[in-house]
Design a binder for this molecule. Structure first.
Ligand SMILES: NC(=O)c1ccc[n+]([C@@H]2O[C@H](COP(=O)([O-])OP(=O)(O)OC[C@H]3O[C@@H](n4cnc5c(N)ncnc54)[C@H](O)[C@@H]3O)[C@@H](O)[C@H]2O)c1
Ligand SMILES: [Zn+2]
Length: 371
C-alpha cells in the first residue's frame, strides 16, 4: 500500500460516533486503505468533469490499492449541478448501480459535489455511508466539515437538505495544486474568518505565514486547514443544528450574501471573495459602533489586501449601487432606515459575537465608506 510522503494531520470530529478529518498531501493514494479500515469494501465516487479529469485516476488507484471496488458518476461542474433534477438523476444512478447500505458514496470535488453527493447519501435507502474527499480549499476548510448537505431551489440556495455526518473526510492538500488562484483565495478568506471569530493566534500566524499557505507550502497549508477544521468542528459539535453558537461561523456573511445577491451569482464574485470583503465590513461596522479598536480593522484590511482580495465596492463592479439596495438584500426591505439588524460583530480580532442590535444607519454608512 502506498503511503503519503508526509504523515497526515488528523482532526477528530466528536459528533455522533465521531470521525476523523485527515489532512495532508498524497492522501488519495490511501483512500482504499482508509475505506477498508472502516469496513467499506465498495464505493461509488461522485465527482464533476473538471475534477474527474484531474484527480479521479489517482483516487481510483488509491481505491484499487486496497481492493475497494468502485464505479464513478461524473456530473457537470458548477453551482447549477446542486439541483433537485441532478439529485434525482444521481439517486437513480446510485440505485441502478445497486449501492447497498454498507457501501459508500465518495464525494470527490468542491462544495457543490460535497453538498449534492452528501445529500444523496443522506436520503438513499434512508442513509448510506459517506466519505468526503474535498478538492477545493473552501471545501477542505468549510463545506466538507460539519455535516450540512443541500441542493438549491428556485426559492433560494441550500433550502432543501439534511444533516449528514461522513464516516471520514480525506483532505488531500496535493489536489489544491490544480485549483485556480481565485478559488484558492476564496477558500483562504474562510480560513481568515476562523481566526477573526475566535483565534487571535491563528490570525497572527496567518499575518506571518499566509503567503506560504497561498504558495501551497505543504506544512503551512496543512496547518491552516487543520486549524480551520478544528475550529469548525468545535463549534459544530457544540451546536450541530445551528440553534446558537454555530451562527458565529457566519461572520462577514450577512454582508457577503448581500454582495452576492446583488451580483446575481454569475461568477463575477465567488462566495469566498464576498466573504473576504464581508469580514472587513463586519470589522468596519464593529469599529463604527465603538465595539472594536480601529487598529484591529487596520490589521484585517492590511492582511486581506496583501492576498489580493478585492475590498472596495468599485472593485467588484458595485461602485454605483445604492447602499440601501444592499441593505435590502439583508432581508430588511421593509424598515430600512431606523431598523435594527442581526449581525455577527467583533470586540476585536478573535472576539466575535452575535447581536440583534446593529443599527441600519451604521450598516449603510459602513457600505458607503468602502465605495
Ligand atoms: N455544506 C456546507 O456547510 C457548506 C459551506 C460552505 C459552502 N458550501 C457550498 O459549497 C459550494 C461552493 O464550493 P466550492 O467553492 O468548492 O465550489 P465548487 O464545488 O463549484 O468548485 C469550484 C470550481 O473548482 C473546480 N475544482 C474543484 N476542485 C478542483 C481542483 N482541485 N483543481 C481544479 N479545479 C477544481 C470545480 O470543478 C468548480 O468548477 C456552494 O454550493 C456552497 O453553498 C457548503
Ligand atoms: Zn462561507
Amino acid at each position: 500500500m502506498s503511503r503519503p510522503a508526509i504523515s497526515p494531520l488528523a482532526v477528530p470530529v466528536p459528533i455522533g460516533a465521531g470521525y476523523d478529518i485527515l489532512i495532508g498531501p498524497g492522501l488519495l493514494a490511501c483512500a482504499g486503505a482508509e475505506l477498508a479500515a472502516r469496513g467499506l469494501q465498495r464505493a461509488v465516487v461522485v465527482t464533476d468533469e473538471t475534477v474527474a479529469g484531474l484527480w479521479l485516476a489517482a483516487l481510483r488507484q488509491g481505491l484499487n490499492a486496497a481492493g475497494v471496488r468502485h464505479e464513478a458518476v461524473v456530473l457537470p461542474p458548477g453551482e447549477a449541478t446542486k439541483s433537485m433534477a441532478e439529485l434525482g438523476r444521481l439517486l437513480d444512478r446510485l440505485l441502478q448501480l445497486k449501492l447497498q447500505r454498507d457501501e459508500a458514496v465518495v464525494a470527490l470535488g468542491g462544495g457543490v459535489i460535497g453538498d449534492l453527493a452528501g445529500f444523496a447519501a443522506a436520503v438513499l435507502r434512508r442513509g448510506v455511508p459517506l466519505v468526503q474527499v474535498p478538492t477545493t480549499l473552501l471545501a477542505q476548510v468549510d463545506s466538507a466539515v460539519g455535516g450540512k448537505t443541500a441542493v438549491n431551489s428556485p426559492y433560494g440556495k441550500n433550502l432543501i437538505g439534511a444533516f449528514k455526518q461522513p464516516e471520514l473526510v480525506l483532505a488531500d492538500t496535493g489536489t489544491l495544486a490544480s485549483l485556480p488562484r481565485r478559488e484558492l483565495l476564496a477558500g483562504y478568506a474562510e480560513v481568515v474568518k476562523y481566526g477573526l471569530i475566535g483565534d487571535p493566534d491563528l490570525f497572527a500566524w496567518l499575518e506571518r505565514a499566509g503567503q506560504s499557505v497561498l504558495a501551497l507550502q505543504p506544512d503551512a497549508l496543512a496547518r491552516a486547514i487543520a486549524e480551520s477544521c478544528r475550529h469548525k468542528a468545535k463549534v459544530v459539535a457544540a451546536d450541530e443544528q445551528e440553534h446558537g453558537e454555530r451562527a458565529l461561523l457566519n461572520l462577514g456573511h450577512t454582508f457577503a450574501h448581500a454582495l452576492e445577491a446583488e451580483l446575481g451569482y454569475d461568477g463575477r464574485l465567488l462566495h469566498g471573495e464576498a466573504v473576504g470583503f464581508g469580514l472587513l465590513l463586519a470589522f468596519d461596522l464593529s469599529v463604527r459602533l465603538g465595539l472594536a479598536p480601529a487598529a484591529d480593522v487596520d490589521r484585517v484590511e492590511r492582511h486581506l489586501a496583501s492576498t489580493g482580495l478585492r475590498l472596495r465596492l468599485a472593485d467588484i463592479e458595485l461602485g454605483d449601487v445604492r447602499a440601501e439596495r444592499l441593505l435590502a438584500h439583508m432581508g430588511q426591505d421593509k424598515k430600512v432606515r431606523g431598523g435594527r439588524l442581526t449581525f455577527i460583530l467583533a470586540r476585536g480580532i478573535g472576539r466575535a459575537f452575535i447581536t440583534q442590535d446593529a443599527p441600519a444607519e451604521a450598516v449603510l454608512a459602513t457600505l458607503e465608506a468602502r465605495r
